[in-house]
Design a protein around this ligand. Sequence first.
Ligand code: GDP
Length: 433
Amino acid sequence: KGVVAIVGRANVGKSTIFNRIVGKRVSIVEDTPGVTRDRIYGDASWLTREFRIIDTGGIELENASFTEQIKMQAEIAIEEADIILFVVNGREGITKEDTFVARLLQKSRKPVVLAVNKIDDQIYKDNIYDFYSLGIGDPIAVSGSHGIGIGDVLDEIIHQLPAVEETQEDDVIRFSIIGRPNVGKSSLTNAILGEERVIVSDIEGTTRDAIDTAFEKDGQKYCVVDTAGMRKKGKVYENIEKYSVLRALSAIEKSNVVLMVIDGHQGIVEQDKHVAGYAHEAGKAVILVVNKWDLIEKDSKTMKKMENQIREQLKYLDYAPIVFVSAKDHKRVHLLLPLIQEVYANSQKRVATSVLNDVLIDAQTMNPTTTFNGGRLKIYYANQVSVCPPTFVLFTNDPQYLHFSYKRYLENRLRDAFGFEGTPIHILCRKRD
Ligand code: GDP
């Protein structure tokens, strides 16, 4: 999927335009705790193309001047995006920050779409010609607040989007190692790659500067996604939370399995919840890896206690197995690849329709539906419609009679019956015509 980043000074209308482009699409798991509402990225589509859009205006550097702030945003945009949507204010004319950003963008040689905003009246129409002097292409007149010109901007974005990438080999398990800075992601990557009988080969990514590391162990091919993000430690703005979350997000998207690393010494903090929330929302298989376990004074109850804490704080990831490791001492790291294989297989699992329906009939016999929303749910039959994550559709008399706790119950029955450890499962409810 192509990535578009919006840059521009404060108050030129970046987030208004962002919201126009993303629209009000509600994510599947709206109520995932920990996922912040003030999103700086979204998925958008225009005509038949889909792309991701980032509002760099939401990435803030503390105690920075306007110039430092916009420099950081432009650099992140250049690093992350295929196309840059540069927004300027058509009522104020060119400012020195605009010129500064234009230079940075020019140097990057990334395609730029120039939107001149706040042209919501004919009288401002001619203002856009001034912006030719930025030297980055034809200005497009828009009004974010009135929705004028957005279609032209989208046309231009689609025009510039890179061709769709070739599909990936399907015998490779792609996984990412995500988590806050300093939890030990690089150390863990190295520990995994340094294991016995691991045969590594670097492949330069085709897009941007992403580097994925391919390797093979015991006849299974793997690929650690986006190891570049880890190697360039310190160089980029990795300590800005929103930026590191964004990086995690693009790694998650390219993976089949996500290893979410937690610092065992510090426990779960707020930022962990954000990152974990995204992994969950993306519907990927997840393994929780508690690292730095060597630093903990342990007795027989320590592990159980930590496990309970994690379960309490990351309730929605109750399907994710927890592994305690020390990347530094290479302790228990060998457990990870077999577990990755297992949760991957679970996320790919397809169950036979007849068995699925037997399980649901049993579930209803043991615990019949009750009246909810003025009616009682009748489930006629169910079907698995996809994998990654396994997704089931229940055909019913009326979806509004499905109480969330009953859905939860059914999910647990499916998990007991089919063993979906490590993978989320989605249950959708439809009305049978
Ligand atoms: P990243 O930012 O998540 O990639 O974290 P790094 O892998 O760079 O690790 C951050 C710091 O934690 C480094 O000083 C590591 O040496 C240290 N570290 C990583 N894993 C462990 C571990 O298992 N035990 C201990 N004691 N330190 C670790």
